[in-house]
Design a protein around this ligand. Sequence first.
Ligand SMILES: *[C@@H]1O[C@H](CO)[C@@H](O)[C@H](O)[C@H]1NC(C)=O
Ligand SMILES: *[C@@H]1O[C@H](CO)[C@@H](O)[C@H](O)[C@H]1NC(C)=O
Ligand SMILES: *[C@@H]1O[C@H](CO)[C@@H](O)[C@H](O)[C@H]1NC(C)=O
Ligand SMILES: *[C@@H]1O[C@H](CO)[C@@H](O)[C@H](O)[C@H]1NC(C)=O
Length: 415
Amino acid sequence: MKITATLISLAAAASLLIVEAQHPAGTAIPLSLNPNHKRNFRAAIAKLAHRYPQLDLESHHTFHPPGAPVDNGARDKGTGSGQVPLIDVGNDSEYYGTVQVGTPGQPFRLDFDTGSSDIWFPTSDCNTQACKAHHRFDAKKSSTYKKDGRPWKIGYGDGSNASGILASDIVNVGGIKVRQTIGLATNESAQFASSPEDGLFGLGFNTIESVKGVKTFLDNAIESKAIAQPLVSVFLPSVRRNGGKGGNYLFGAIDKTRFTGALQYIPVTRKGYWQINISNAKYNNKALTQASEGIIDTGTTLIIVGNAAAAAIHKNIKGAVDSSKDPNIGGWTVPCSLAKTSKDNVAFTMGGKDFQVPVADLAWAPLDKTGKDCYSGVQGGQDGLWILGDVFIKNNYCVFEQSASPRIGVAPLKY
Ligand SMILES: *[C@@H]1O[C@H](CO)[C@@H](O)[C@H](O)[C@H]1NC(C)=O
Ligand SMILES: *[C@@H]1O[C@H](CO)[C@@H](O)[C@H](O)[C@H]1NC(C)=O
Ligand SMILES: *[C@@H]1O[C@H](CO)[C@@H](O)[C@H](O)[C@H]1NC(C)=O
Ligand SMILES: *[C@@H]1O[C@H](CO)[C@@H](O)[C@H](O)[C@H]1NC(C)=O
């Protein structure tokens, strides 16, 4: 659903930060090491309520390291699966992959988001700063472009939004090509100006498409039999555990080398987000008797649970502090030293099985230069659906299966 806690390094994103600097605090994405920014989880979380409303075996031989161009040409005939390598941005704040749109393909860096369903990026007609900071789609240069013209707009949980018009063209994801309705943004909120991504790639169900009746990429890939299995498998890497390398989205196949044991399948309770029942939360196998429906959301950076569950988890962590009322922090903090010293685990029970997140990953990002206290990777404030974001997914391989009875297969990730 895109709730991004950002940490953009000056070195990596110098040019983007120039744009960002023209939009002072308040329009900035909550979490940032830029000292001029107000860090505030609470604002990001509060806004949530406003919206509503591979590797198959073959591709092991042709592994694309992150950053290398993907040779889509080799897969033009369709092998039934397509892999998109991921770039890990800002110490696991967000991840993007490159998608080709139009004929010949124009590349876009998109944030794959299981918590929303639209695909969009800027159009060359858009001359706002946010648009100019990104790749813009030039319809005149695509022989397969088709006009649609319906107006389109979307808002996300972190308060960001974009609007424009709908169009249709060929979208090529790791060699899987479908004709797809896309949103061409003519306006986007300032949050996107500083984003390393050009736009989003929604992997949710079509029931939450911004424009009713629009089919998702997964819908189209399944209907056109472009993918062998009706699913997308997600491997999010972790800077702490594997240097943030090798991550990918694999459409139409499951990479059995990426997890330990068997996938546990969890039924989807509602088609919109990828919604599931979470029957408990645990700390070192001790039940915290906390339960909720939740979503597994690649577009949210952290794990966001109810206040009681966040308190129950942090109660077990020496040095954890609830600073949610401090406007400069707005959430739980934990000692940064946990990243190196903790052997503890938090777990979420789903489908009768516990899925772990090391407490080391709760030391998510330093509050300041001293590096003493860190924002926690688990935050409260979400008394509706809990959100198992990237902090969960980078520890658990997830297979989003859009079959007649949709389900999510989960197993501990193997680095
Ligand atoms: C990522 O984390 C490492 C280790 O804590 C730190 O040195 C580095 O500056 C961080 N990078 C970013 C982009 O925040
Ligand atoms: C873009 O949206 C903002 C409000 O979010 C509005 O003030 C501005 O006029 C819009 N720009 C264009 C070009 O539509
Ligand atoms: C879009 O986001 C901007 C910045 O957060 C906000 O000022 C504006 O009101 C939003 N527009 C819509 C239509 O939600
Ligand atoms: C999810 O939990 C609710 C409430 O406990 C229950 O009624 C429902 O049957 C559960 N659904 C699935 C698919 O387990």
